[in-house]
Design a protein around this ligand. Structure first.
Ligand code: ATP
Length: 241
């Protein structure tokens, strides 16, 4: 279980996160909603050990502190991160990207099983295995990015706006895939602008405003919450609910 307690992040004089506390258990999808600049990426980057800001507070995985540990040690501990913009190696093939995802001891130990899962989830990657990643479509690159993260055999998978730039059809496919990942027992911490579709597959959600958690509830309750509808779901979604 990932537990974040009283996490604050500052960049110089700018406070990006203030006393943020949240938890993600294996087998659940937790979505974090917030406007641009609310601090969502800072939170994920702090957990992944790649946040440039000054940090205070606790980040624990199964009771063991991750604070101050290097990014590769955090992957080894069981947390994988798909950053905004995907972070795949564009010049390498699909296969090479997936194999790089399994570089950790943790990834190596279950490599064949993980590969089987990834290819079951994204069968298209089998036929595209020798394609250079940068020549793939946005949706295909997102599959490579998620597949690569899963090759690290994580307990918790964090994704920063994975639906950005994807067509409505590909968004549906992406959120469907995240549901399958939960069924495999991984915990998913998802930062999304696409509130309606992400809450539809999530178990719980948090609202973050100006670096502070301002709401927390089951995804079902959040979808019905008029304040959430007004701020994140838009008039269209409100009409449909
Ligand atoms: P978005 O949805 O636009 O990606 P976000 O909710 O992910 O936004 P962050 O990227 O975490 O927000 O940024 C939170 C605040 O911290 C913003 O005001 C941003 O300008 C600032 N910030 C983020 N990274 C840095 C940095 N490396 N140096 C200085 N300020 C930063």
């Amino acid at each position: 279980m990932l537990t974040i307690s009283d996490l604050s992040v500052s960049y110089g004089l700018h406070r990006a996160l203030t006393d943020v506390s949240l938890a993600v258990s294996p087998g659940e999808i937790v979505v974090m909603l917030g406007a641009n600049g609310a601090g969502k990426s800072s939170l994920l980057r702090a957990v992944a050990g790649i946040c440039k800001g000054e940090k205070s507070g606790r980040i624990d995985l199964n009771g063991k502190s991750l604070v101050g540990r290097k990014p590769d040690e955090i992957v080894e501990a069981g947390i994988a991160f798909v950053p905004e913009g995907r972070g795949i190696f564009g010049a390498l093939t699909v296969w090479e990207n997936l194999m790089l995802g399994a570089y950790s001891k943790r990834g190596q130990s279950g490599r064949d099983k993980n590969l089987e899962w990834v290819l079951e989830l994204f069968p298209k990657l089998v036929e595209r295995k020798d394609q250079v990643a940068r020549t793939m479509s946005g949706g295909e690159q997102q599959m490579v990015a998620i597949g690569r993260a899963m090759m690290a055999n994580p307990e918790i998978l964090m994704l920063d706006e994975p639906s950005l730039g994807l067509s409505p059809l590909l968004c549906r496919e992406l959120f469907g895939n995240l549901s399958h990942i939960r069924e495999m027992g991984m915990g998913v911490l998802l930062v999304e602008q696409n509130a309606k579709q992400s809450l539809a597959i999530a178990d719980r959600g948090y609202l973050i405003e100006n670096g502070e958690i301002t709401g927390e509830n089951s995804a079902e309750a959040m979808l019905k919450d008029p304040a959430v509808q007004a701020a994140y779901l838009g008039a269209e979604a409100t009409k449909n609910n």
